[in-house]
Design a protein around this ligand. Sequence first.
Ligand SMILES: [Zn+2]
Length: 72
Amino acid sequence: MWKFIIVPLLVLLFLYLLFAPRKKPKQDGYIEELVKCEKCGIYCAPREAVIKDGRFFCSKQCAGVKDGSNRH
Ligand SMILES: [Zn+2]
């Protein structure tokens, strides 16, 4: 008879582990400070921004940086 008690408990434990609150950084919903692209005015995350001459750009195109390969 015990298994009729233990099995639901195991299921509950399993569900608990599935849905247990995980430690998330509280910055999850936090909008990090954005920087404005000097060219097109789009705001983007600093870590994704391209910095050129101390100014932020949303992309290499806006920064005027040619993407990688130097063609001859
Ligand atoms: Zn831009």
